[in-house]
Design a protein around this ligand. Structure first.
Ligand code: DQA
Length: 144
């Protein structure tokens, strides 16, 4: 089984970016924690972060036939990107949507996601641990 962890814009700044909202953990720590978890379960993980919509779309396209499941935090593209939604629907790879902060407690424009209705599930507001929970849920679903 091969899982892709895909993080969108500004998540490369985790650790220093608005720590009151996103905590102090760095993206590298999140990726390493997921790789550890994956190793224990004999699952391969690839990680990608991009600030560019077209790069995220291309990474999704390249995943077809290679990646079994995706954990995605589309970041600000959650609320804007029909194009990334279409890419995920186009490759038909099951995915879990993660948000570190509780977007429902924030500005109204963060309350709508272009992804949630086509995701297996969403994990919101549980901090960086949400990625680990998403991994567990995704692997369990794919094993069924
Ligand atoms: C986020 C929430 C988004 O609204 C925001 O634009 C982000 C991060 C989160 O993980 O809480 O960049 O996806």
């Amino acid at each position: 089984m091969h899982i892709l962890l895909l993080n969108g814009p500004n998540l490369n700044l985790l650790g220093t970016r608005q720590p009151d909202l996103y905590g102090q953990i760095r993206l590298e720590d999140i990726e390493n924690s997921l790789k550890d978890l994956a190793q224990q379960k004999n699952v391969a993980v690839s990680c990608c972060q991009s600030n560019a919509e077209h790069e995220i779309i291309e990474r999704i396209h390249k995943s077809k036939g290679v990646i079994d499941g995706i954990i995605i935090n589309p970041a600000a593209y959650t609320h804007t990107s029909v194009a990334i939604r279409d890419a995920l629907a186009g490759v038909a790879i099951p995915f879990v949507e993660v948000h570190i902060s509780n977007v429902h407690q924030r500005e109204n424009f963060r309350h709508h996601s272009y992804f949630s209705d086509i995701a297996i599930g969403t994990i919101v507001g549980l901090g960086a641990k949400g990625y680990d929970y998403a991994f567990d849920a995704l692997v369990t679903t794919l094993q069924k």
